[in-house]
Ligand binder design. Structure first.
Ligand SMILES: *Cc1c(COP(=O)(O)O)cnc(C)c1O
Length: 398
């Protein structure tokens, strides 16, 4: 691959930066930054309601942005894409919407691997509405317990909500199979794709899912924009999450008729520029090719794992085989916050702590982990800088 780092202005402004936290947010290529600037310099206005050409132009760009992201994800005629603020809002939108038709005695299943944003909403709503919540366990490699899963399916859950890729362990779940099993059992399938979409090609028309959520900022896009994919029939029956302007067809004193999806779920003025920025990001990724990206990340992750294995007293978590571009580890007796702080003083950015997955950490019996995540702008020299920093950490604590 060409020198991808050149596409990301932050690396020329901060030449010392070793950024290994792309699972928390990715850096932005200049085409994304430029697309924001261009929108605000040339087309800034509100959409859908203007009667002048500037507003038509902004509306056109907004529609084109949605179409371009739909194309990137293989969204077919029977599905659509809603713009939200982030994956958290997408998952809340689904959880609130589906919960409204659940009654006590109904069952929802999630996994222990879930990010808090696909865990806390279901937990809180089950306490509020009285439906039952089952949590599917996983082993230390992040593989969910399939016999437990099958047993749950025999009880006819109304919803199964799973992550596509663990943000702590890097495990990729076999959603093609699990989704089909869940659907055959009559459940609606909700998938958190936040770590998967930036990692490899996701074709939503081929996946057995009803809803699929992700964030733009982990996909080279701006902050403040996320998406929720839904099957059209599901989006039509799901009640709206937020009420207000722009999502209505007719309002009388007594009742309101909502617009069709996706507008039904897009109340109020949207993050127009950010949606356009996200489309610039998906165009950028499509241009490099998601399969090239996956291969590059996998090779670099293998190099990362091999390098980490040479560090004494370091324990790597997660699957032995296929994983996304992230690795979590602990070092005997040294707290992950100390690890990340010392690395930071050497310009190396990694994540430490509980990674918005406290139930998983508790079940694994781990207090905290250090997580390293790579993307296409990283190179072997970044990994070498990380490992030399880790050797310093061990020296300081020995
Ligand atoms: C980051 C993350 C989220 C939450 O994303 P936000 O952008 O903070 O809403 C949800 N799920 C996974 C797997 C994540 O990694």
């Amino acid at each position: 691959m060409k020198n991808i780092k050149l596409d990301f202005p932050i690396f020329s402004k901060k030449p010392e930066l070793v950024y290994l936290d792309s699972a928390a947010t990715t850096q932005k290529p200049s085409c994304v930054i430029e697309s924001l600037r261009e929108f605000y310099e040339t087309s800034c206005s509100n959409i859908n309601r203007g009667s002048y050409s500037l507003s038509f132009e902004a509306t056109k760009k907004w529609d084109e942005a949605r179409n371009s992201i739909k194309k990137f994800l293989g969204v077919a005629q029977d599905g659509d894409l809603i713009f939200t603020k982030n994956a958290t809002e997408s998952l809340n939108l689904v959880a609130y919407g589906l919960s409204s038709s659940l009654t006590p005695g109904d069952l929802v299943a999630i996994s222990i691997l879930e990010h808090h944003s696909n865990f806390v909403p279901w937990q809180q709503l089950s306490q509020r509405f009285g439906f039952k919540l089952e949590i599917i366990p996983a082993d230390l490699e992040g593989n969910i317990d399939e016999s437990f899963f099958i047993k749950i399916l025999e009880r006819g859950p109304k919803v199964v909500a799973l992550t596509h890729c663990s943000h702590v362990l890097g495990t990729i779940l076999p959603i093609e199979r699990l989704g089909r099993l869940a659907r055959d059992a009559g459940a609606k399938v909700v998938i958190d794709g936040t770590q998967m979409v930036p990692h490899s090609l996701v074709n939503l028309s081929e996946l057995p899912v009803d809803f699929y959520a992700f964030s733009g900022h982990k996909l080279f896009g701006p902050n403040g924009i996320g998406c929720l994919y839904g099957k059209l029939t599901e989006l039509e029956s799901l009640p709206p999450f937020i009420f207000g302007g722009d999502m209505i067809f007719d309002v009388t004193e007594a009742y309101t008729i909502f617009s069709k999806p996706p507008r039904k779920f897009e109340a109020g003025t949207q993050s127009i520029g950010d949606a356009i920025g996200l489309a610039a990001a998906t165009d950028y990724l499509a241009n490099i090719g998601m399969e090239n990206i996956r291969k590059y990340k996998s090779d670099l992750t293998n190099y990362l794992i091999d390098s980490l294995k040479e560090i004494p007293n370091l324990k790597i978590y997660g699957p032995k085989n296929q994983r996304a571009g992230l690795v979590s580890f602990s070092i005997d007796e040294i707290h992950s916050h100390d690890v990340s702080q010392i690395l930071s003083s050497r310009g190396v950015c990694v994540r430490s702590g509980q990674h918005c997955a406290q139930p998983l950490m508790r079940r694994m019996g781990i207090d905290s982990l250090t997580r390293v995540s790579v993307h296409i702008y990283n190179t072997k020299s970044d990994i070498d800088a990380l490992c030399s920093g880790l050797r310093d950490v061990i020296r300081i604590f020995s």
